[in-house]
Write a protein that binds this ligand. Structure first.
Ligand code: PHE
Length: 478
């Protein structure tokens, strides 16, 4: 290994299942529970699901392998790992810019991800209080918030948005929890959180899906998700949002998977684990859809509520469902587990970099980054109330009507992640030493290696270039 690079004092996962659980923990998050149903609902249901699955299989999973292999090859922070592979391939270390862009993107995602996770915490608080109230009233299986009207239940979300103090407290608690886990280290923090929370997450999710199947309108939910209107599926905005969602949901583009790959052992077959992680993440998204839409349809609500689906439509649906109070609480606890195992991966990237580059103690690095992302996240908190009228990028096409929260979300999701993903695909597909790369994939025998190389070198760059283009210039497709 190049002698002038910082040595690899990297921690490692304690086992291959621990790596898979941590990576699935990063992938499975609010992206699956909040963003996927919202996007599917707004983009025609099954048409979106169909395109999404193709995007994951043909673009997401190959890029996931590309990212984990950069990390595992370098065994260092994302930037140094990318620079190392570039240097060993006799290419410019400027290729590490992919990791610099990614690190910035993921840090910015964390600032607003924590705000949304704060909403989840707030709903745990209100539905927890509601469960206690129903138990005290001797009706533990009552619907959620049965002391309120449906309108009042729906009003909870706008009320929360109007209250910067409540939102900041929730954002603070989540930011502190994320920082705590990362400060405890890879094995002692991130891995422990994933190993406990992910299995609990799966059990809760299956329970809620069964409940939705029994009490909700399962047939309507399944039809909505699985009978595509093919004309809708080829619409550019559906393709565009499905590809963006695949990036976000698989934690791609920002280097989270490079960072986690760096802690994977030499024996781990990355081709295989990338397949497992992609399949698990996609199954969770679809199961979440199968849990959410039957409930939404059974009470006659519209599936296309977008981002408010999880916080406004679902509580309103739980209002009239049997045992809605308990199930509502379970649902938000599940979302919290998923969010926390994702946010730690967002924070780990820059923490590992500070530790490596400045020899900073991990607690110090996580603490500094935690404090600063909390403070920057306050801008997103205020964009729902005090600064609701601010349009920071009013001059930029595509952002004319975006508040601060939308700017953070849009700049990262629509520009920075795809950009860094594009550079990754070109770097791995064309620039990096073929032999070094192929050895890391674990795909040596059979047709998978050439297929993967084709997808990374051709399909990924072209498709990602197109989303970048349409993400930036939506007028081109309208
Ligand atoms: N994949 C996570 C989710 O679905 C979000 C995430 C994005 C995490 C990018 C890490 C990096 O919620």
């Amino acid at each position: 290994m190049a002698a002038n690079l910082p040595s690899s004092g990297q921690p490692n996962w304690s086992s291959k299942p621990a790596f898979i659980l941590a990576a699935v923990g990063s992938a499975v998050g609010l992206g699956n529970l909040w963003r996927f149903p919202a996007e599917a609902g707004a983009n025609g249901g099954a048409a979106f699901v169909l395109v999404y699955i193709l995007c994951v299989a043909l673009i997401g999973a190959p890029l996931l392998l590309a990212e984990t292999l950069i990390g595992r090859h370098g065994q260092r922070s994302t930037i140094t790992s990318a620079a190392l592979l570039a240097r060993q391939s006799k290419a410019s270390s400027g290729w590490a810019s992919l990791a610099v862009i990614g690190m910035i993107a993921n840090y910015l995602i964390l600032t607003f991800y924590s705000v949304v996770a704060g909403w989840v915490l707030y709903f745990i608080w209100t539905s927890g209080g509601d469960v206690l109230r129903t138990i005290a009233a001797g009706q533990p299986f009552a619907g959620a918030y049965s002391n309120l009207t449906v309108e009042q239940v729906r009003q909870q979300m706008p009320d929360l948005f109007a209250d910067p103090v409540k939102m900041s407290i929730a954002h603070f608690i989540f930011a502190a929890a994320t920082t705590y886990v990362v400060a405890r280290g890879v094995k002692g923090g991130i891995e422990v959180a994933a190993v406990w929370m992910m299995p609990a997450f799966f059990i809760l999710l299956l329970g809620i899906t069964v409940y939705a199947g029994v009490t909700g309108d399962f047939a309507a939910g399944a039809a909505f998700l699985f009978t595509p209107d093919f004309a809708r599926a080829v619409q550019p905005e559906v393709l565009n949002s499905a590809l963006g969602q695949a990036f976000f949901s698989l934690s791609l583009g920002g280097g989270a998977m490079v960072a986690y790959g760096a802690y994977a052992s030499r024996e781990t077959n990355l081709g295989q684990t990338s397949g497992i992680i992609s399949a698990a993440d996609t199954s969770v998204a679809i199961i979440a859809g199968l849990a959410i839409f039957p409930i939404v349809f059974s009470v006659g609500l519209a599936p296309d509520a977008g981002p408010t689906l999880m916080f406004q439509t679902l509580p309103a649906a739980f209002h009239s469902m049997p045992a809605g109070a308990l199930v509502g609480l379970a649902f938000f606890v599940l979302a919290l587990f998923a969010a926390l195992t994702s946010s730690v991966s967002l924070l780990e990237i820059s923490t590992a970099y500070l530790v490596e580059r400045f020899k900073m103690a991990r607690v110090m690095a996580a603490g500094l980054l935690g404090t600063s992302f909390f403070l920057i996240g306050m801008v997103s908190v205020l964009s729902f109330n005090i600064w609701a009228d601010h349009r920071p990028l009013a001059m930029v096409p595509g952002f004319t009507n975006a508040n601060w929260f939308d700017v953070f979300d849009g700049v990262t999701g629509r520009i920075l992640l795809p950009l860094s993903g594009l550079i990754t695909a070109i770097f791995i597909g064309w620039v990096a030493d073929r032999k070094l790369v192929n050895e890391e994939t674990g795909l040596q025998s059979g047709p998978l290696l050439p297929i993967w190389r084709f997808l990374v070198a051709w399909l990924c760059p072209i498709a990602v270039f197109l989303i970048l283009l349409f993400g930036l210039f939506p007028q081109l497709i309208s």
